[in-house]
Design a binder for this molecule. Structure first.
Ligand code: AHR
Length: 498
């Protein structure tokens, strides 16, 4: 089996925004408590941050982190998480049926972003709260001083404003599971009013309106159009959220999940541009794909831990090789649309549907999905090229006929082009012939790394943390402007053309 690809450096798709490699830290399960924050752990720093986790976060290469939710934010009072720890209230978290001790809050989160070198992306509660609480949080965070709330931050030990630029106006407000969910009219009006008030405090903000919680939502399309009618001039982004899983052993459909993601992106762009045309606006709304991942949601529907506990084990999916290949394909889908997807968050970062896992008091390790993210975040910076792909196809029950090869290529500032490619064939290798004449690369071997395994269900666990890692393959060669390589069955591949 063979696929032919032509790479062109004329008319690139666009420049990758580093925010495409964002992640997500929600007060959910063990993401915060015993995930990033565990005072008393042997590797904890003076602030209780786990330095072993921080090292993996840096290695992952994520650039940004969304906080504090997620469903959690729609019932959250940000004031509970600031000030002396001994005075902070314990509260019921209704979203995840947990007890929230509030020993980690805004100040601890900002310290985490600073130590990890991440841009913060903050969400405000538009479920149980509204304009006033959002403005208070913004004033506490970004106003230099001389007002009650900014001076409170200073009294809490942070003299300098946090300078948070990117803000989400609520979370998944179209979802009936969301605390305080709303119709598009209700949400659009509230989001527009909140955005305009927040801009009065800080005109340089970048704001994200909630789009659909999934392409399968019955209101998809209509929701975006209505919300943008209310918010178009006041926001910069609209969000997309999407999770995928293998159903009933239908691995062929699962491997084609990115086809759904690409349709979701294209449908959202079309709706944004419909509103743009109607308003005769010169401004284009960008997409913040601020929740995406593989998640076995339907195997473990939102759990109801009994009794109410702190940091219960929730959503601790253990990812296989197959999951990592689909995950890589989702990254390819976003890169192929980098002209409009200019922010994205892998949901989530630690323990909760995450690339990094920990045990309380114990080790931290990398899941299979860690590797495609780390490679894309490292080499997928620069210009995304246009690819002409001639690939064998196969039929799927859920996504129609799809190409066996899913690929993109990115040329970095160092001039080196990296090809990211997924072979969706579970049984057969795929020969790749890539016409690179426009790039004029020198003859020689190319660096080919592949994540694949004879056991497609292989996983990493605390007992065997390095069971699955990418392997260097020999055999990828550039000769006379043509790259030839072989992609193993069911594989994620990173090929550096240098
Ligand atoms: O990421 C897990 C949950 O998925 C988030 O809290 C919510 O926004 C989405 O439904």
């Amino acid at each position: 089996r063979q696929a032919r690809v032509t790479l062109s450096n004329h008319l690139p798709v666009g420049e990758v925004d580093p925010r495409l490699y964002g992640s997500f830290l929600e007060h959910l399960g063990r993401a915060v408590y015993t995930g990033v924050f565990e005072p008393g752990h042997p590797a904890a720093d003076a602030d209780g941050l786990r330095t072993d986790v921080l090292a993996l976060v840096r290695e992952l290469g994520t650039t940004m982190v969304r906080y504090p939710g997620g469903n959690f934010v729609s019932g959250y009072r940000w004031e509970d998480g600031v000030g002396p720890r001994e005075d902070r209230p314990r509260r019921l978290d209704l979203a995840w049926r947990s007890v929230e001790p509030n020993t980690f809050g805004l100040g601890e989160f900002m310290r985490f972003t600073q130590v990890a070198g991440l841009e913060p992306m903050m969400a405000v509660n538009l479920g149980t709260r509204g304009i006033e609480a959002a403005c208070d949080l913004l004033e506490y965070s970004n106003h230099p001083g001389g007002t009650a709330l900014s001076d409170l931050r200073r009294a809490h030990g942070d003299p300098d404003p946090y300078g948070i630029r990117l803000w989400c106006l609520g979370n998944e407000m179209d979802g009936p599971w969301q605390i305080g969910d709303k119709t598009a009219q209700e949400y659009g009006r509230l989001a527009g009013q909140t955005a305009r008030a927040m801009r009065m405090i800080d005109p340089d903000l970048q704001l994200v309106a909630c789009g659909s919680s999934g392409r399968s939502m019955p209101t998809f399309g209509e929701w975006e159009a209505t919300v943008l009618e209310h918010t178009y001039d006041a926001v910069d982004f609209i969000s997309c959220h999407s999770y995928y899983q293998e159903f009933d052993g239908d691995v062929d459909s699962f491997l084609a999940s990115a086809a759904d993601m690409e349709s979701f992106i294209e449908g959202t762009v079309a709706t944004c541009d419909y509103v743009k045309a109607k308003r005769k606006s010169s401004k284009s709304i960008q997409i913040s794909f601020d929740e995406w991942n593989v998640w076995y949601m339907h195997d473990s529907p939102h759990p109801t831990p009994e009794p109410w506990t702190e940091a219960p084990r929730l959503l601790e999916d253990v990812y296989s090789v197959t999951d990592a290949v689909v995950f890589g394909s989702l990254l390819i889908a976003m890169l192929r649309h980098c002209d409009r997807v200019t922010a994205a968050c892998l949901a989530q970062l630690v323990n909760v549907i995450a690339p990094i896992m920990t045990e309380p008091g114990g080790p931290a390790w990398r899941q299979t999905t860690f590797y495609p993210f780390a490679q894309a975040a490292r080499y997928g910076r620069g210009q995304v090229l246009r690819l002409a792909i001639d690939s064998p196809t196969y039929d799927t029950a859920k996504h129609g006929t799809v190409p066996v090869l899913h690929a993109t290529a990115v040329t970095g500032e160092d001039g080196v082009t990296t090809l990211f490619a997924v072979n969706r064939d579970t049984d057969r290798p795929l020969k790749l012939v890539v016409d690179l004449r426009e790039l004029a690369p020198p003859d020689g071997p190319a660096h080919h790394s592949a994540l694949a395994d004879p056991d497609r269900h292989a996983r990493n666990t605390s007992a065997e943390p390095d069971r699955v890692t990418p392997r260097q393959l020999s055999g990828a060669v550039i000769e006379g402007g043509t790259l030839r390589a072989t992609l193993p069955p069911l594989s994620w591949n990173t090929i550096r053309l240098s």
